[in-house]
Write a protein that binds this ligand. Structure first.
Ligand code: GLU
Length: 297
């Protein structure tokens, strides 16, 4: 059975970009008679707060984006993350690393997500975990997948990012790792999210494979740019829903390039229409869309 999800990090309230992602994943799930789960990505306590979680839940509710099943919180899954980190340790594909960012920037080249880690600590066996990070060993092989929106994607993670961190030096589990465990535990079959995570997907697929988990289908929708900058919760971009929920839905359907409903439909009918006519193939195969015309300042 189709199971999709929306997984916001509560580093700020939702903005037009994250709301379009929520709507796209909701519509994809509902038009496939599937379930739509909500997960709060609050693992990184240095940049997320429960205050923003409450705001996000209220925004989703105001938008009539009602989730199925109980909400999952990454912060409540530490035991699960430890368990699967142990599994990776057992199959000997991890190692402890004490390189500082400065050291890596001096040795490594810039890759798709910061500096490519040159593998300096791979062969060291005397390091302790305390205050050090844990990396996963990557292989010189191509990871390929068919994205439902962006088409065929290929990446050699060893060449483009190197062995990457799964547990940070402050002992916070890294996003790339948690998301895999979460999607597995929640039995997610389809991930619809922003294209800013397209380049992360091969790393996630790699961890899925290492742990012998089923790999979900992925679809990465264009992120929204305002004044040439990606909308971002962490930068304070947000959208007040107030009485504008219906208007925001219509704006998102337009941005998502979907068939528009008649003007005289009620809010509930608009949502029903959007589910009925949702067509993922109509999404533009591009990484970002400028939305200056849709945002009033
Ligand atoms: N928590 C991430 C964000 O808010 C999304 C994670 C995901 O969809 O995999 O950008």
């Amino acid at each position: 059975m189709y199971k999709g999800r929306f997984a916001p990090s509560p580093s700020g309230p939702l903005h037009l970009g994250s709301i379009s992602t929520a709507i796209a994943s909701y519509l994809d799930a509902k038009s496939n008679q599937g379930l739509w789960l909500l997960r709060i990505d609050d693992i990184d306590s240095t940049r997320t707060t429960s205050h923003f979680t409450k705001m996000i839940l209220k925004q989703l509710d105001d938008l009539h984006l009602h989730w199925d099943e109980t909400i999952q919180y990454q912060s409540k899954r530490l035991e699960n993350y430890r368990h699967y980190l142990d599994s990776l340790n057992e199959i000997k594909c991890t190692y402890i690393c004490n390189c500082s960012r400065k050291k890596i920037s001096e040795q490594g080249e810039l890759g798709i997500d910061g500096y490519i880690y040159p593998g300096t600590c791979r062969l060291k066996s005397n390091l302790m975990h305390r205050n050090n990070s844990i990396r996963i060993i990557t292989l010189d092989e191509m990871i390929t997948f068919e994205d439902k929106v962006q088409g065929s994607v290929q990446q050699n993670i060893l060449k483009h990012c190197g062995d990457f961190i799964i547990n940070r030096s402050d002992e916070i589990f890294a996003y790339q790792f948690c998301v895999v465990i979460d999607d597995y535990l929640d039995k997610i079959t389809n991930v619809i999210r922003g294209s800013d995570l397209l380049e992360s997907t091969p790393r996630q697929i790699y961890i899925h494979k290492k742990l012998k988990f089923d790999i979900p289908d992925y679809g990465h929708i264009p992120v929204l740019n305002f004044k040439n900058k990606k909308l971002s919760k962490g930068n304070g971009d947000h959208l007040d829903i107030n009485n504008d929920a219906q208007k925001i839905w219509l704006t998102c359907l337009k941005i998502l390039n979907q068939r528009m409903p008649n003007k005289d439909l009620s809010f509930k009918e608009i949502i029903r229409h959007a589910i009925e006519y949702w067509d993922i193939k109509k999404l533009k195969k591009i990484k970002s869309i400028d939305v200056d015309e849709h945002i009033q300042t």
